[in-house]
Design a protein around this ligand. Structure first.
Ligand code: PEP
Ligand code: MN
Length: 285
């Protein structure tokens, strides 16, 4: 059974610092951005929108793990500097997925949080390598992984010496095909009790449907998640990847405006603004 991941080893919980952002404290954080970095203009346009709406981190895939080898595989290394520049321009630390250890050297200069995707949750060579880096790791739950397997994957990172680990529930595969995956919110409440590690929820991959992202994001906040990982695109219909689940800028603003009431109901609050961009004015009801 897991040991270092257990809450009994750190009853007060782990807080992971990413620049000005603290994940796992009383404040709720929102990481938002496109599924994939497609171009400098698309990344910058999305960064501007999410920063102005109050996101705390900018996400964007540069190396994409795609089901089909013929689908867009990401921009690769050139995408790293695009993402890093947009994050820096708006004062947002950036999150990007690392697919293999050979990518670490180039990523370390541009990326603040290294994401391990669902398909790689049990890539033990990658986990061992990430245990050695001094950079926060966002560990997604595999879509066929039990909670114990997920926690044991995190144990690899902690055992390697990296204590800056953030978990992310992104839906699991069930008999249900109407949604892309089934969001297992019970696992979030369970893992918060069993482990000291912060837990984010990704309602985008969990549902695959834009219209379900806000309700599930609010439910995640109510269930005790420490934050969200959300896909946003300025023109979802033209997205090279996962457009059907991407929030439009308007919907992302709506999400950010609706979160505080739910958080307040469960004794939490939204993390303070970190972006250097001007705030969007709240739309009056
Ligand atoms: C992603 O967040 O870009 C992603 C590929 O997600 P997952 O690994 O959860 O499918
Ligand atoms: Mn995606």
């Amino acid at each position: 059974m897991p040991a270092r991941v257990l809450r009994s080893t750190r009853p007060g919980g782990t807080r992971v610092g990413v620049g000005p952002v603290e994940i796992g404290g009383p404040a709720f954080v929102v990481a938002a951005g496109p599924c994939a970095v497609e171009s400098a203009a698309q990344t910058e346009g999305t960064a501007e929108v999410v920063a102005a709406a109050g996101a705390h981190l900018l996400r964007g895939g540069v190396f994409k793990p795609r089901t089909s080898p013929y689908a867009f595989q990401g921009l690769g290394e050139p995408g790293l500097s695009i993402l890093g520049r947009s994050g820096a321009r708006h004062g947002l630390p950036v999150v990007a997925e690392v697919l293999e250890t050979s990518q670490l050297a180039s990523m370390i200069d541009h990326v603040d949080v290294l994401q391990v995707g669902a398909r790689n949750m049990q890539n033990f060579a990658l986990l061992r390598a990430l245990g050695k880096v001094r950079r926060p790791v966002l560990l997604k739950r595999g879509f066929a992984a039990t909670v114990d397997e997920w926690l044991l994957a995190a144990e690899y990172l902690l055992d390697g010496g990296n204590t800056q680990v953030i978990l992310c529930e992104r839906g699991i595969r069930t008999f249900e095909t109407t949604t892309r995956n089934t969001l297992d919110l019970a696992s979030v409440a369970l893992v918060k009790q069993r482990s000291h590690l912060p837990v984010l929820v990704d309602p985008s991959h969990a549902t695959g449907l834009r219209e379900l992202v806000i309700p599930m994001a609010l439910a995640a906040a109510a269930a005790g998640a420490d934050g969200l990982l959300v896909e946003v695109h300025t023109s979802p219909d033209e997205a090279l990847c996962d457009g059907r689940q991407a929030l439009t800028p308007e919907l992302f603003v709506e999400l950010m405006q609706r979160l505080p009431a739910v958080l307040q109901a469960v004794g939490r609050h939204l993390h303070s603004r970190v972006s250097t961009a001007p705030a969007v004015r709240a739309v009056s009801p």
